[in-house]
Design a protein around this ligand. Structure first.
Ligand SMILES: Nc1ncnc2c1ncn2[C@@H]1O[C@H](COP(=O)(O)OP(=O)(O)OP(=O)(O)O)[C@@H](O)[C@H]1O
Length: 571
């Protein structure tokens, strides 16, 4: 448990830690205010039960005289009103503290998910090859919520209520040490034994909840992203079942954890109520004077009224810590992933002579004994066009990713004019590249935003967009057939466009920045022969000015290339 608490502490950056300490102090003050409120009922009940106390108690007597009272009745009224005022003030203070606490807790949701997303986005490309994106979405959106609402919130309440329980226990201890010890011991044993009984189960269902949550996200994402295949193969029911099973298990475990966290309340309430009656009877047995017993009973009653729910909330915090430890471990681990320093901003690294891959060995993670490339060399002369062909699976896309600097070879180097590409200059190299992937990703935005991808709308250079669209043979279609021209929305992943239209927007995107290096991975495979020739001709006009590397299955697509390399088989 200490280890878990330490993990939570490490989730907070230093500024948040300072706020957490401030929160802690505020919570202590809240407990103090609560104690004062409870304490204020004592003199009122004492004087109400036996007005003679005013003469016997020095403090009350002094107060009585100082305030100029002549009748106990008026003094009782004043004590009652003062007690009301203190309780109201302490409640108001508690409301404000609660709001500050809630703000802190909910802000953690933003802070944690933003930091987690940033951590993921700064992982090397290979990280994403090994993990399902649904799991990453689940962590950023749902597991953070689970940790904040299911753990940090109950824990902050645990601290707040712990301070209240402590304050009440001290109050009763000062008044009657034995009763205080018995009360704390009974509560401790009661909650301790229930916790001992349920902690293993809570941890187990916590793990199962997390995995069911991942399956829920995955089933939903896969079914909606692959809706065409789902329709054609009539697999909606299978996906629905997959989702339902995971979702049902998720809900069941959430419900069980709530029940396990809440159920002791009734047992503890019954015990507290019984204890109150036992205390009343034993007090009465000691002194037959009800007036004498009344203030003590008032104190115990009010203290129990505060203490029991507080003890229950504390228990809930511990139970939640168990249930949510799986989510906590995930966040703790992923937020500690090493993060690359942001690359220095440098001008594009434009090749003047050559791009060279030398002595490359590359194997995908988990396939170490089956390298796609081993001792592979390739020289691409600058400002020429190089075509790469080869059978499916020969490693063409892997070669592209190595040239892009997305995959890092285990051995060998990528260099531009003799400068080795490494972490210090990778961004400069990538800035020189326009890349058209095999599968174009179109965002659910306008055509213009998809061409000037990632550029703030206000900064988009419309002349460059149009020039790129013309070269990609898509300008006429955009202005002639799309209802809102460049402002037309293309739908999620370009569902409102044909495959060839999507591909041409992808080509225009690569050309928008006028890159000195163009990398095409099957970039014209969805185009008809005439359009493909037109695109090739437009690119041909740039011949001698830029370096083009194109991958294609069809040899005909590479006819205009100055050099063609055939990747035969794995080396
Ligand atoms: N993420 C991955 N993890 C493990 N192996 C992979 C991964 N991606 C590709 N491979 C393997 O690497 C080899 C080369 O794949 P690559 O995609 O580079 O081939 P390709 O020549 O582009 O094929 P195609 O023409 O069919 O697109 C293949 O055997 C493939 O199974």
């Amino acid at each position: 448990m200490i280890a878990d608490l330490r993990k939570i502490w490490t989730l907070f950056p230093p500024t948040e830690r300072r706020k957490a300490v401030g929160m802690l102090l505020l919570v202590m003050l809240m407990a103090l205010a609560d104690t004062v409120g409870v304490l204020s009922i004592m003199p009122f009940l004492s004087v109400l039960g036996r007005p003679a106390v005013i003469q016997e108690n020095a403090l009350l007597h002094a107060l009585y005289q100082q305030l100029g009272f002549h009748q106990p009745r008026g003094f009782i009224f004043a004590l009652g009103l003062a007690s009301i005022a203190l309780v109201v003030l302490s409640s108001a203070f508690k409301t404000v503290t609660l709001h500050v606490l809630n703000r802190f807790v909910h802000f953690q949701r933003h802070s944690l998910s933003a930091r987690l997303l940033s951590r993921y986005l700064h992982q090397p490309y290979e990280f994403f090859l090994a993990i399902n994106p649904s799991i990453l979405s689940r962590n950023v959106l749902s597991e953070v919520d689970q940790t904040v609402l299911g753990l940090i919130q109950p824990l902050s309440q645990l601290v707040a209520q712990g301070a209240i329980v402590l304050a009440m226990a001290v109050l009763i201890f000062v008044y009657d040490p034995l009763t205080a010890l018995v009360l704390v011991a009974v509560l401790g044993v009661l909650y301790g034994s229930i916790y001992g009984l349920v902690r293993k189960r809570l941890a187990r269902i916590g793990h199962e909840r997390q995995s069911a949550n991942g399956q829920r996200y995955q089933a939903c994402n896969e079914a909606l992203a692959g809706i065409k295949d789902v329709k054609i193969t009539h697999s909606a029911a299978a996906y629905q079942d997959k989702f339902n099973n995971a979702s049902r298990q998720y809900s069941r475990h959430m419900a069980t954890s709530e029940t396990l966290a809440q159920s002791p309340l009734y047992l503890v309430e019954a015990t507290g109520y019984s204890m109150l009656i036992v205390i009343a009877l034993s007090l009465l047995a000691k002194s037959n004077d009800v007036a004498h017993v009344l203030p003590a009973l008032g104190l115990y009653g009010f203290a129990a009224y505060r203490m029991l729910p507080a003890a229950q909330i504390m228990y809930r915090g511990f139970a939640k810590l168990r249930f949510t430890s799986a989510a906590l471990n995930t966040l703790h681990h992923d937020l500690s992933l090493p993060q690359e320093a942001p690359p220095p901003s440098a001008p594009p690294l434009v090749p003047k002579n050559e791009i060279r891959l030398q002595g490359i060995r590359y194997a995908y993670p988990g396939a170490d004994d089956k390298p796609v490339f081993n001792d592979f060399d390739l020289v691409i002369p600058a400002n020429t066009s190089v075509g790469i062909s080869g059978r499916s699976g020969a490693g063409k896309s892997t070669l592209m990713d190595l040239l892009l600097g997305l995959l890092r070879p285990e051995r060998g180097t990528l260099s531009v004019d003799g400068v080795t590409i490494d972490a210090s200059n990778i961004a400069a190299w990538q800035r020189a590249i326009g890349y058209v992937p095999q599968h174009i990703y179109l965002a659910d935005a306008s055509v213009v935003q998809n061409i000037a991808f990632g550029v703030e709308p206000a900064d988009i250079d419309m002349a460059a967009v149009e020039r790129a669209a013309r070269a990609a043979q898509i300008h006429d279609f955009i202005v002639g057939e799309l209802t809102q021209g460049y402002e037309t929305h293309v739908g999620d992943r370009g569902v409102r466009l044909s495959g060839g239209q999507c591909q041409r927007i992808g080509i225009a995107r690569a050309l928008y920045r006028n890159p000195p290096v163009l990398l095409f991975d099957e970039a014209t495979s969805a185009l008809d022969t005439d359009t493909e020739s037109a695109v090739a001709e437009a690119l041909g006009n740039l011949s001698g000015e830029i370096t083009v590397v194109a991958i294609a299955h069809k040899r005909s697509s590479l006819e205009r290339c100055e050099y063609v390399i055939k990747l035969e088989q794995r080396q």
